[in-house]
Write a protein that binds this ligand. Structure first.
Ligand SMILES: [Zn+2]
Length: 346
């Protein structure tokens, strides 16, 4: 069957307007972002989340970040599909269910770091060792935290853009979270291209590359974890929630319209530098970023961190973001005490 050209144009324009209208309406209704971050390892988890949405909405949740990584049926490069991938229909269904509950859905793909977890190496660098920052090194990932892709490997940037585009389109996303946390391997001595480079320059290059595509070309909002932009010594945090590996100066070399998810999971007394405040909040906001304070399972810390963020009365603080990292099932997340504590503080 052939449609007249004007009907095709009208349908395309009206569906674009509907999407744009939805997010404008969401922004108007939600001055505070109350979010949760969930790992999705396959269609089963997506269904569990879908079932949990009404209760989460009633608990005040209005944004959901779903970390998909390789659990996606990529067509552009099917060799990097994970073992239990979401189909594009699964993604569309979850996005529509979120929207029906007034919840904004933001997909996440871990960029640069986190290319392995424990002894399991993820498909990008398994199938394409030419993209690995440390190819052939650290068998079984012994002695390292996570593998990193090589920022300077020829062809790697275009390959990653293909993956991100597919995910953005499948979810009909208006925002995208690029991960970028806990990157420890950077400018490795095992990489001929990056050896001796400035880690902050490499890290900033990676952020700028993703921003040019996602914000510049695709017109999305971009989010990232902010730990690599924080100096561990200056902030008093350890080498996980802040950086000891030279990446922190990148804070002044990346676009300011990126939402910084500033994660701290412990009470202040637990940190090596014994800081008297979660100073990263003020620092990131002073640089011009919007900041999304991110908590986890420690209830005392969730309360203290969100209260401190709110007390700043800083318009760049978006609201509470609750991470879960497998500590709670989606079906009971709405009743989870750490979520209740963080949301109650804002
Ligand atoms: Zn490299």
């Amino acid at each position: 069957m052939r449609f007249p050209w004007w009907l095709v144009v009208a349908l395309v324009v009206s569906s674009g307007l509907r999407a744009a209208g939805w997010i404008d309406d969401w922004r108007a209704r939600n001055p505070v972002w109350r979010g949760a971050h969930l790992l999705v390892n396959g269609p089963g988890t997506a269904r569990e989340i879908e079932t949990a949405l009404p209760a989460l909405r009633d608990a005040g949740l209005n944004v959901l970040i779903v970390q998909i990584d390789y659990a996606f049926a990529f067509d552009s490069h099917p060799e990097v599909r994970g073992p239990s991938p979401l189909s594009k229909g699964d993604c569309r269904r979850l996005a529509e269910a979120c929207h029906a509950n007034g919840i904004r859905l933001i997909p996440q793909f871990s960029c640069l770091g986190h290319q392995s977890w424990s002894g399991t190496t993820h498909p990008l660098v398994t199938k394409h060792p030419e993209f690995d920052e440390t190819p052939g090194q650290y068998p079984g990932n012994k002695g390292i935290y996570c593998r990193t892709w090589c920022q300077r490997a020829p062809g790697r940037a275009a390959f990653v853009r293909d993956l991100l585009d597919e995910m953005v389109d499948a979810f009909g996303a208006d925002a995208f979270h690029v991960g970028m946390d806990e990157v420890f391997i950077l400018a490795s001595e095992h990489c001929e291209r990056c050896k001796g480079a400035d880690p902050a320059a490499l890290f900033a290059d990676s952020v700028v590359e993703l921003h040019e595509h996602l914000v510049g070309k695709r017109k999305l909002e971009m989010l990232m974890w902010s730990d690599r932009l924080l100096d561990a010594k200056a902030t008093g945090f350890g080498e996980w929630e802040a950086a000891k590996n030279g990446t922190a100066p990148a804070i002044d070399r990346i676009p300011k319209d990126i939402v910084q998810c500033d994660w701290h999971y412990e009470p202040l007394s637990k940190y090596p530098g014994k800081p008297t405040e979660y100073g990263s909040l003020r620092l990131l906001a002073s640089k011009g970023f919007r900041v999304w304070p991110s908590t986890w399972k420690n209830v005392d810390s969730a309360k203290a961190f969100t209260l401190e963020a709110r007390a700043l009365k800083e318009p760049r603080m978006l609201g509470p973001l609750v991470t879960t990292w497998g500590a709670v099932k989606p079906g009971v997340l709405a009743e989870w005490e750490p979520l209740r504590a963080a949301f109650a503080g804002w």
